[in-house]
Ligand binder design. Structure first.
Ligand code: NAD
Length: 438
C-alpha cells in the first residue's frame, strides 16, 4: 500500500514514519523546502523521543521518503493525509488556509482514486469544504477522477507521540461510505490486529470528537487549577485534595495536576475554535468559554506570586528559569506558559537566564538575546534572586539543593508544577512557593 502525508510537522512526520514502520510505503510532503532537505539528509527537525531511529529505519528500508512536491508525492497514493497546521484565526476560529490550499493542490494534480483523510484538527464541515475544493480543481482541468474524503483526527501527545501512534487507545475514522471505510480499515489493520480500538463513525462526529476530547482535558486542567487557587487562599493542600477526588473511579486521578495554565499548539486553539464553531451556530458554550478564561488567568499565577514576594518591584532582580517547552519531552514552545512568564518578567525589568533540555533553539527564535541561555540548570541559577520551575522535565525532579543554595543569591523557589516537597525544600533553607500547597 502507498500513502502520502502532507504536512511534515509533529503530527505528519510521526504519522508517516509510523505507517512506514507497519510496511506501508509513505511519502511525507511539506512546502518548507529547508525542512524537507534536512529530512532527506537525515536530520530530524523536531525533538520527539524514539522518532529519529524510526525515520532512519524507514528511509533505509526505502519505505519512507520526503518531497516538497504534492504533485509527485501523491502519485499512486491510496490515502492522502492532510496534516498541516490549523492555527487560530483572529476571531478564534481555526484558520483553514493551509488545509484548503493543500486540497486545491491535490485537486490540481490528482491522477488516481484516493481517500483524502484529514488528520489536522478541523471544525465540523471542513471535510465538505475539502471535497468542494478538490472537485473544483478537477472540474477546472476536466479530469474525471474519483476520490473520497475521510476525517481521521489524531490523538497523539507530543513527548510520547511515537508510542501513542503505534499503540493508540483508539483510532477514530469518520467516513460516509463503505469503500472508504474498507481502505482505512486495511491501512490500520496492523493496529487492529494488535487489539487497538478503531471506531468508525460519520464525518461530523469524528470532527467533533477531536475537539470534545481536547476541551474535556482542558476543562480538567482549568478545574483543578481553580481548586488549587482556592487551596492557596484557604491554606489547604491541593495534593491531598487531588488524591481525595481522584480515588473516585468516576473522576480518576489522571490529568488533575495544577500548574501554570495549559499551553501548546492544541488546547488553547482548540478550546477557542470549538467555542467559535458553537457561536457561529447560535449556541454559546458556557463551560468551554469559562475554561478558556480560567486558563488566561492561570497563566499569571506564578507572575503574581513573584510580584507579591518582591513587593511589586522587579527592576534589578534576576531569575533562573528551568523549562521553556510547554510540557516535558518536547521542544515545542507554542503557547508555552514559560515564555509567557518570561515576557512578563522582562517587561517589569527583570533579568532572565534559562535552561531547557530541548527547547533552547526554538526559544532563541522567539526571544533572541533578550534572555541568557545556559547549558545546564545550575548555570541558569547562578547569582539569581529566585529559581522558577516552569516545565517538569525529569532532569529537574531531584536537583542538589545544597548546590543550588550555594549558587543562588536568594534561596527562593517558585515551583510552577508542584514537583518539589515544600517541607523538604524549607528544611534546606529555601523559601518555597507552589500552587495550592500549604
Ligand atoms: P506543525 O506546525 O508542527 O506542522 C505543520 C506542517 O505543515 C509544517 O511543517 C508546515 O510547513 C506544513 N505546511 C503548512 N502548509 C503547507 C502546505 N500548503 N503544503 C505543505 N505543507 C504545509 O503542526 P502540527 O503540530 O503537526 O499540527 C498539525 C495539525 O494536527 C493541526 O491541525 C493540529 O491541531 C493537529 N494536531 C496536533 C497535535 C500535536 O500534538 N501537535 C496532536 C493532534 C492533532
Amino acid at each position: 500500500m502507498k500513502i502520502a502525508v502532507i504536512g511534515t510537522g509533529y503530527v505528519g512526520l510521526v504519522t508517516g514514519t509510523c505507517f512506514a514502520e507497519t510496511g506501508v510505503t509513505v511519502t511525507c510532503i511539506d512546502n518548507d523546502n529547508e525542512k524537507v532537505k534536512s529530512l532527506i539528509e537525515g536530520s530530524v527537525p523536531i525533538y520527539e523521543p524514539g522518532l529519529e531511529s524510526l525515520i532512519k529505519r524507514g528511509m533505509e528500508k526505502r519505505r519512507l521518503s520526503f518531497s516538497s512536491s504534492i504533485e509527485t508525492g501523491i502519485v499512486d497514493a491510496e490515502v492522502i493525509f492532510i496534516a498541516v497546521g490549523t492555527p487560530p484565526g483572529q476571531d478564534g476560529s481555526a484558520d483553514l488556509g493551509n488545509v484548503l490550499k493543500v486540497a486545491e493542490e491535490i485537486g490540481a494534480s490528482l491522477k488516481n482514486y484516493s481517500v483524502i483523510a484529514t488528520k489536522s484538527t478541523v471544525p465540523v464541515g471542513t471535510s465538505e469544504k475539502i471535497r468542494t475544493a478538490i472537485k473544483k480543481q478537477l472540474a477546472k482541468r476536466g479530469a474525471e477522477i474519483g476520490f473520497d474524503v475521510a476525517s481521521n483526527p489524531e490523538f497523539l501527545k507530543e513527548g510520547s507521540a511515537v508510542e501513542d501512534f503505534l499503540r493508540p487507545e483508539r483510532i477514530v475514522v469518520g467516513v460516509d461510505n463503505e469503500k472508504t471505510a474498507e481502505i482505512m480499515k486495511r491501512l490500520y489493520m496492523p493496529f487492529v490486529l494488535n487489539n487497538h480500538l478503531i471506531l468508525f463513525m460519520d464525518i461530523a462526529s469524528a470532527e467533533i470528537t477531536k475537539y470534545a476530547a481536547n476541551c474535556m482535558l482542558a476543562t480538567r486542567i482549568s478545574f483543578i487549577n481553580e481548586i488549587a487557587n482556592l487551596c492557596d487562599i484557604l491554606g489547604a493542600d491541593i495534593n491531598e485534595v487531588r488524591k481525595g477526588i481522584g480515588s473516585d473511579s468516576r473522576i480518576g486521578g489522571k490529568f488533575l495536576y495544577p500548574g501554570t495554565g495549559y499551553g501548546g499548539s492544541c488546547f488553547p486553539k482548540d478550546v477557542k475554535a470549538l467555542a467559535k464553531t458553537a457561536k457561529d451556530h447560535g449556541y454559546e458554550m458556557k463551560v468551554i468559554s469559562a475554561v478558556e478564561l480560567a486558563n488566561e488567568i492561570q497563566k499569571n499565577v506564578i507572575f503574581n506570586k513573584i510580584m507579591n514576594f518582591f513587593g511589586n518591584r522587579l527592576k534589578g532582580t534576576s531569575f533562573g528559569i528551568w523549562g521553556l517547552s510547554f510540557k516535558p519531552q518536547t521542544d515545542d514552545i507554542r503557547e508555552s506558559s514559560s515564555i509567557y512568564l518570561i515576557n512578563k518578567l522582562l517587561s517589569e525589568g527583570a533579568t532572565i537566564k534559562a535552561y531547557d533540555p530541548a527547547a533552547i533553539e526554538e526559544t532563541k527564535k522567539v526571544l533572541g538575546d533578550r534572555i541568557g541561555y545556559c547549558d545546564d540548570p545550575y548555570q541558569a541559577i547562578k547569582g539569581v534572586d529566585a529559581m522558577v520551575l516552569m516545565t517538569e522535565w525529569s532532569d529537574f525532579h531531584l536537583p542538589s539543593f545544597s548546590k543550588m543554595a550555594n549558587l543562588m543569591r536568594k534561596k527562593v523557589i517558585f515551583d510552577g508544577r508542584n514537583i518539589y516537597d515544600p517541607s523538604e525544600i524549607k528544611k534546606q533553607g529555601f523559601t518555597y512557593f507552589g500552587i495550592g500547597r500549604r
